[in-house]
Design a protein around this ligand. Sequence first.
Ligand code: GAP
Length: 514
Amino acid sequence: MEHKQDKLKEIISHAKEYGFVFPSSEIYDGLAATYDYGQLGAELKNNIKQYWWKSMTQMHQNIVGLDASIFMHPKTWEASGHLDAFNDPLIDNKDSKKRYRADVLLEEHMEKINKKIIKEVLKGKKRFGDTFNEAEFRATNPNILRNQAKIDSVKTSMKKSLEENDLEALRTLIVELEIACPLSGSKNWTEVRQFNLMFSTDMGSVAGDAAKIYLRPETAQGIFVNFLNVQKSGRMKIPFGIAQIGKAFRNEIIARQFIFRMREFEQMEMQFFVPPGEELKWYDYWKIQREKWHKNLNLGEDLHRFHDHIKLAHYANAACDIEFDFPMGFKELEGIHSRTDFDLKQHEKHSGKKLSYFDPERNESYVPYVIETSIGLDRMFLAILSASLKNEVLEDQSSRIVLKIPAPLAPVKVAILPLVKKDGLPDIANELANQLKFDYNYQIDLKDSIGKRYRRQDAIGTPICITIDHQTKEDQTVTLRFRDTMKQERIALADLQGILENELGWKKLLLNLA
Ligand code: GAP
């Protein structure tokens, strides 16, 4: 546990030091839970977008893109249910005046009890050494059993209160468990209230004319309201999908864990429209496709798992998350939802416009059902950083910090390193850069020893360094040095483009998804 928290700190500080992610408005001491992507972060983010966009639109004949506006007609959010139901249960401490999510206070309480269990397990491990059987120990140790029963009881009561929207029961649970404000230690709590997560603002420049509008809390609704526009103008036949990447905003009360939970974030969502009755077949299809997309990056073994939703949202008839093993443990990275015809039907009702499709094969009209895949771009960024950042001890016992980002996603693809600053070697570097710049983001680095330059490139995840030396002038060869293996290879400049395409190009990565 301790080690994992250190890992998150390490990622945050590495991201800042090398220009991946900065705290937003830092010169004004920052703004809570908002971050800016720096020069390398912006590149990595764009590359993740490209991987997703290409895999969705280029690799599927029946999926097209969309870029809808962030502001939408306010009725959109009545129809989608966000105005009534997109809430968090909040409780205030009367003494400290601090506001908390009631369910998070309860979850933290359970986590404290769980820590006692982990401590007991560690004690057992120490006592029994090699013969330690954790499963048996957990099933028989009285302290663990007592604490596990406490956790189970809180979980059951919390789930029931949330499902029944029983805010009084939620408060009673907090009071009965004697949960104190983490800041002041006070147990003087207000009632629990529902708090809507949408940000609102006023539209229109004339006072009085202003209408309350919302910053979209998900990109999906922009797809639903454009369903017929895209279907008709693109002559799309069901089944087909619409993919979109864009910002979403949620007034999260507890926004933390770096870029994992923010108030302004980016989503990559795809809505796949299918005939009624076929939705669960397509739901299974998209689960497989999305798992493949994640695993294709080879970030490591056992980093992903599916988590089926126990309590389904009112519009869903199946839903699961793809969870990733972040430094804070397994958490939601992507959601896959079978949303039925709920959204389109709601928009029909609230707009008074028909959103049905005539299916020539079935010879009937219907409102399609929808399978949604929804992934947080910032969470994907964090997943890649956390799986890629390695502190390696080398054969000679020295160490290096390396970001093993999948090569096509790396912010800088190649570093061009003239061995010395003279003898015409920098000129050759510039000539080479002029050839490579059409395809690859590159850096030329002339400063310090070649070893130090390799380390700098390792730390930002550059997959290939090209070293130019005096021999280059004689025989048109250069040395390639590969980030992951640190192997070096002398090659003819004439072969360079082919090698780079194979190592860094999109095709190799996307081929496995074909
Ligand atoms: N349209 C469905 C939808 O929005 P969601 O589970 O609320 O579903 C989808 O969000 C994804 O968006 C999540 O799996 C997560 O990756 C990302 N996400 C949600 N809230 C976020 C936040 N506050 N900060 C960063 N990413 C977030």
